[in-house]
Every structure is written in C-alpha cells, then in structure tokens.
Design a protein around this ligand. Sequence first.
Ligand SMILES: NC(=O)c1ccc[n+]([C@@H]2O[C@H](COP(=O)([O-])OP(=O)(O)OC[C@H]3O[C@@H](n4cnc5c(N)ncnc54)[C@H](OP(=O)(O)O)[C@@H]3O)[C@@H](O)[C@H]2O)c1
Length: 163
Amino acid sequence: MKNLAMIACVSRDGGLGKGNDLLWRFPEDQKFFRDTTMGSAIVMGGKTFASIGRALPGRENIVLSRSEITNDDVKVFHDKVELDGHLDSLPGKKFIIGGASLYEMYLPEAEIIYLTEVDANKPADVFFPRLNRQQYTAEVLRAGETNGVKYQIIKYTRKETKC
Ligand SMILES: NC(=O)c1ccc[n+]([C@@H]2O[C@H](COP(=O)([O-])OP(=O)(O)OC[C@H]3O[C@@H](n4cnc5c(N)ncnc54)[C@H](OP(=O)(O)O)[C@@H]3O)[C@@H](O)[C@H]2O)c1
C-alpha cells in the first residue's frame, strides 16, 4: 500500500490513551495534527471514532468497525481486506490516526510515522506498538514545552530494505 503514514502522540512509555480518551492535549500537537492531515484520508478504529464523536472536517474520514455506524460524513469498513482495497484505490496520502489496534495493524505497512513524543508518563491503558527505531531515520520537526513538560515531534521514515 503506498503513501501510508501514521500520526500519534505518545508518552515516554508509549502510552496513547486511557478510558477511551487521549492522555495529552496541547495546541502545538493539535495544530501539527490538523496541518499534517488536512486534505488527506484519515483512518481510525471504531473506538477512536466514538471518542472523537464526529468526522474531522477537510479530510476523508474512514472508520474500521464491526458495528453499523450511520454517519454520512464517514466511510465505514467492516474488515481490513475491504479497507485495504479502498485505501489502495485512493490517490494521495492516507494517515492512520489510531487507536492502538489500528497502529498495531498497520505498523508493518506505514512508510512514515509522525510521533509527538512527550517526555513524561501518565497512566494509560493503550500503548503504541513497540517501534524498532533502527528501521527508521528520525528527523526532529519541532521541539518545545507544554505546561513544563518537554515534547518533540519526530518524523520517522522507514529505511529502504535491500533484497
Ligand atoms: N495518542 C494518540 O495519538 C491517540 C490517537 C488515537 C486514539 N488514541 C486513544 O487510543 C484509544 C483507542 O484505541 P483502541 O485500540 O482501544 O481502539 P481503536 O483502535 O480506536 O478501535 C478499536 C475498534 O476498531 C474496530 N476494529 C479493530 N480491528 C478491527 C477489524 N479487524 N475488523 C473490524 N473492526 C475492527 C472495532 O470497532 P467496533 O468496536 O466499532 O466494532 C474495535 O473495537 C483511546 O484511548 C484513544 O483516545 C490515542
């Protein structure tokens, strides 16, 4: 699958969320997410869609769910094969935006991973999959501090594998 990226915000221990909500919410990360995904397709699991509660404007919203979701602003797929077929047919960039089960599912296929890495931990019940950083080149796009906690936004690009 071409042009597949992931975007997530993680704690130092890889924590992503708790109680079907995010751990971290701060304007620089929200702006980076909006600017990066705007105009592209975004793909999320049913729980992340329920947590957001609406389609995000300016993007094709795609949800993977076993349930029926009646919302004219989202395209729903009930299994990965169906979803992959749709993603293959889409021109342009596609972003996996969570949650943990979707990151796990698509990690082997994503060429780029945008991670906002927050330098602190909070109790979490879902985690980003273990990332073998040696398989990627890392570029720090932003670095800053929010409420006294440091963060970096890092672009991981998968290294070419030689056959
Ligand atoms: N930090 C971040 O950047 C970030 C980003 C996004 C989400 N999150 C957090 O991550 C948590 C949610 O993650 P999660 O792993 O629990 O849930 P999720 O990945 O958002 O959604 C899981 C759901 O996706 C659907 N699904 C998964 N695999 C499927 C398959 N093979 N076929 C059909 N449907 C499938 C099912 O939906 P149905 O239940 O509808 O059938 C399943 O319950 C929340 O705490 C959220 O706040 C964090």
